[in-house]
Design a protein around this ligand. Sequence first.
Ligand code: GLA
Length: 394
Amino acid sequence: MKLIALIIAACFTLALAVPCCLSAQAMSSVAQTPPMGWNSWNHFAEKVTDADVRAAADALVSSGMRDAGYIYVNIDDTWEGKRDANGVIQTNEKFPDMKALADYVHSKKLKLGIYSSPGPKTCAGYEGSYNHEEQDAKTYAAWGIDYLKYDLCSFSEIMKQQAPNDTAKQYAMMREAYAKMHRALVATGRPIFYSLCQYGWDDVWKWGPSVGGNAWRTTGDISDNYDRMSVIGFAQAGLAKYAAPGHWNDPDMLEVGNGHMTRDQYITHMTLWAILAAPLLAGNDLSKMSPETHDILTNRDVIAVDQDALGKQGDRVWAEGPYEIWMKPLSGGARAVALFNRGERAAEMTLHLDAVGVKSAQGRDVWAGKDLGKLTGSYATTVPGMGAVLLILR
Ligand code: GLA
């Protein structure tokens, strides 16, 4: 007892003495569930402007997405201008006033995200944060930024230059570069969600939390087609144990609504991302969203699976040929169970309830919006080609 009291007292004193400890806690408190919002890259790429970001913020509100949980409005690469004489990063002509943009986004009860790189240049060749980490973190905080995606890009060149042919040393440099920006963000005192983007190198899920990551990309870039999306998504098997409240695996942003997948394929995308407790960052043009896209993105049951308070990522429990069953434990002993058909033709799939650790349960088919009553033993259903059925078992 005495020892416990001592430890508590020591932690408390430390937290008071070192404000960074409190801020570090604040940083993980912004990530108790996977982040939800929108990011400019998948649709607008390097063309994104201040007006596009405002339109996205407006649409998050008018579409009901904000109230469904999508609160981050994230500007990806290509907002960056040059540095002034003191080294302070400026925006380029597409973003005339970042502080005003942040105020606008905040006035809608949304949060603003930004993008940079530990390297001298971002992936699109704009100004990165290399040797300006603290300065940039301060600038972001002064603007009112709430989320930073920090993308390795040209830092990999620095790694190669400074530690040629020494992969272990290169990876150590990479980890330190991420830790350095984390310290800089913490020092601002502003809770800023910290998203690592280095494509999963060096098994980032094993060390992401130790450099302050609230999420880390586990793969290279997604694109708006079933092959790429499904290769990325299904390759997440086995990573569940690395996710927890405060830090999440990130298989990249959503492509739902960008136009190159069918409804069934987008349902697979959304179902899989929810089972994976992945960040749900819409990547479409929200101002021109079809009712179908809107319904996929805002299905409350699917969002509840992703955002479940237990904070456990789901994993594959069964696979045979093109058929896979994944399960995500939910709070209160419930389970989300996804039946995926990666084949081209519709097929009947049978879920044996004991495969997900239950004998009988009340079932709900999420995409059909239908309660299934009491299920016992097994449940058979038709799954469309390249589609998915998502069940909640309580
Ligand atoms: C990398 C990232 C993408 C995007 C672009 C921007 O490719 O993985 O998500 O941020 O850079 O240049």
